[in-house]
Design a protein around this ligand. Structure first.
Ligand code: PGA
Length: 254
């Protein structure tokens, strides 16, 4: 049985004070939650504050939104895996479509980062997903297979199991237009099939695949009740603690 994982991708939002207020409010509801894995992914500048606000609530994990593949050195402006581990970060989101589209990240770059994350004992959340044009052309499976095989190249079965995949159709991100539960389930089942080809069926069964793209309290339950949808990567609706808490609670209801 895969434990559901719901992550709050705050993107380039949240001052330290806002982050602390969010965590305080969230802990009133989720302070004891253990049946769903909850991950907060703040901007780098708020990570330490979020850790401090979480205090002893070790059931809630913290992630970063990006990292560089080198461990240290003359790479002005970059952050490495070991530097994130130094802050007790557990997860790192890699290959988000905003990074692919706005910052030119290719599958090869994402793959270098994914391998460096495992080396640093960080768990990557690797984002994949097609554009609307690619969907309209009937190329969803082709694109997902290329992104999977490229971004996850060279990982062994154990590393694959410790990787979270986030299926995020680009046309659903920040648009208010989510994939239907059927569309998402179909893509997730295909992603799991590719994982089976890359490793073996037992490994594929253990990997958690999150859905992302306009997840909100109103659609979260139906999406996450699909057999291959193991949680959500939430952008806009994760900036408000009440809506994020509702989405986490929706992951509990089976
Ligand atoms: P959204 O973003 O929930 O605002 O659509 C999701 C994401 O980009 O991870």
């Amino acid at each position: 049985m895969r434990k559901k994982i719901v992550a709050a991708n705050w993107k380039m939002n949240m001052t330290q004070a806002e982050a602390a207020r969010f965590i305080e409010s969230m802990l009133l509801d989720l302070g004891e939650i253990t049946d769903v894995e909850v991950v907060i992914v703040p901007p780098f500048t708020a990570i330490a504050k979020v850790m401090e606000a979480l205090g002893r609530a070790q059931n809630i994990k913290v992630g970063a939104q990006n990292m560089y593949w080198e461990k240290n050195g003359p790479f002005t402006g970059e952050i490495s895996g070991p530097l994130l581990r130094d802050l007790f970060v557990h997860y790192v989101v890699l290959g988000h479509s905003e990074r692919r589209i706005l910052f030119g990240e290719t599958d090869e770059i994402v793959n270098r980062k994914v391998r460096a994350a495992h080396e640093a004992t960080l768990r990557p959340i690797v984002c994949i997903g097609e554009t609307l044009e690619q969907r309209d052309m009937g190329n969803v499976e082709k694109i997902l297979a290329i992104q999977m095989r490229g971004s996850l190249a060279g990982l062994n079965a154990k590393e694959l199991q410790e990787t979270v995949i986030a299926y995020e159709p680009v046309w659903a991100i920040g648009t208010g237009r989510n994939a239907t539960p059927d569309q998402a389930q179909e893509a997730h089942a295909f992603v799991r099939h590719i994982l089976g080809e890359m490793a073996d069926d037992a490994t594929a069964e253990r990997v958690r695949i999150q859905y992302g793209g306009s997840v909100k309290p109103e659609n979260a339950r139906e999406l996450m009740s699909q057999p291959d949808i193991d949680g959500a990567l939430v952008g806009g609706a994760s900036l408000d603690p009440r809506s994020f808490v509702q989405i986490v609670k929706a992951a509990r209801e089976r």
